[in-house]
Ligand binder design. Structure first.
Ligand code: CP
Length: 301
């Protein structure tokens, strides 16, 4: 694996390797970790991030790498330099691994062909297209508690139209044989293309017998005219609350990729309650990103 651009580049065995490697990192301590002291990773984030950027930084440091966080607003891109030239410039300084978050759909894949073969691009979220490392850490979290994917009902609820998390998760559920993936949203926020699973606008129907419910943030920054919904109306129909979560299985896992808008898509007493796996997702993000970096740098796949 030279780059991580999208889930569809992975095979089922690749995903199993990444899950096993992430578990290895979770169960062992730093003296057991492989070290890459001559490698430097650059974080290139053109959109805001807390979890993804910092967990890639933590992951790289656990693996003995150096990390450069590029301040895009103060970089020479403000003088008109292109992204490709920024990467080439940093590559010339010896940086070979680039974690890229960009607002443009398909940006990481599009630039790879214009770049030298010796560098690695990891997609940390591109527009409304994909967020592959998020889907992988979500799968790691699910399989820790509910390993039988062929007997699982996973429900994803929220702004599907703009969700790169939902897109990557659909690809991953299809690849790994999740038996029932249900995508819930008001029809206005149905995805343009259904990758895997089934769509419904009924939260009660979707949550019946659900093993996992993944709530999504309303992506206000991506909403176009005609796509805005009344928040109170949305809450009444789609919020995950103590009342609505009772429609799912008693041991349902409540997940959210973050950032959470408490009191909108998810109530605090559920987000902080015993069924919530949200902070476990964050924790697993470091281990999965270690697995991704290690797999790329060790040329295991
Ligand atoms: N889930 C996620 O991508 O969070 P951040 O935007 O904080 O990185």
């Amino acid at each position: 694996m030279k780059h991580l651009l999208e889930i569809s580049q992975l095979s089922c065995d690749d995903v199993k390797h990444l899950l096993a490697r992430a578990q290895f990192f979770k169960q062992n301590s730093v003296q057991d970790y492989p070290q890459y002291p001559h490698q430097t990773m650059a974080n290139l984030f053109y959109e805001c991030s807390t979890r993804t950027r910092i967990s890639f930084e933590m992951a790289a440091k656990h693996l003995g790498m150096h990390v450069v966080n590029v301040d895009i607003e103060r970089s020479s891109e403000s003088k008109g330099e292109m992204l490709e030239d920024t990467i080439l410039t940093l590559f010339s300084m010896g940086i070979k691994t680039f974690v890229l978050r960009h607002q443009k759909n398909g940006c990481p894949k599009a630039i790879v062909s214009a770049l030298p073969s010796g560098l690695h691009i990891i997609n940390a979220g591109d527009g409304a297209h994909e967020h592959p490392s998020q889907a992988l850490l979500d799968l790691l979290t699910i399989t820790e508690y509910k390993p039988n994917l062929d007997a699982l009902k996973i429900v994803v609820v929220g702004d599907l139209l703009h969700s790169r998390v939902a897109n990557s998760l659909q690809h991953l559920c299809a690849l790994m044989g999740v038996s029932d993936l249900v995508l819930v949203a008001p029809e206005q926020w149905y995805p343009r293309t259904l990758i895997y699973g089934r769509l419904t606008s009924s939260l009660s129907e979707a949550l019946h017998n659900a093993d996992v419910v993944m709530t999504l943030r309303i992506q206000n920054e991506r909403l176009q005219s005609g796509e805005f919904l009344d928040i109170n109306h949305y809450r009444q129909q789609y919020a995950i609350t103590q009342k609505t979560i009772a429609w799912a299985k008693p041991d349902v896992m409540v997940m959210h990729p973050g950032p959470v808008n408490r009191g909108i898509e998810l109530d605090s007493d559920v987000a902080d309650g015993p069924r919530s796996s949200i902070l476990e997702q964050v924790k697993n993000g470091v281990y999965m990103r270690m697995a991704i970096l290690d797999t790329i740098l060790s040329k295991t796949l």
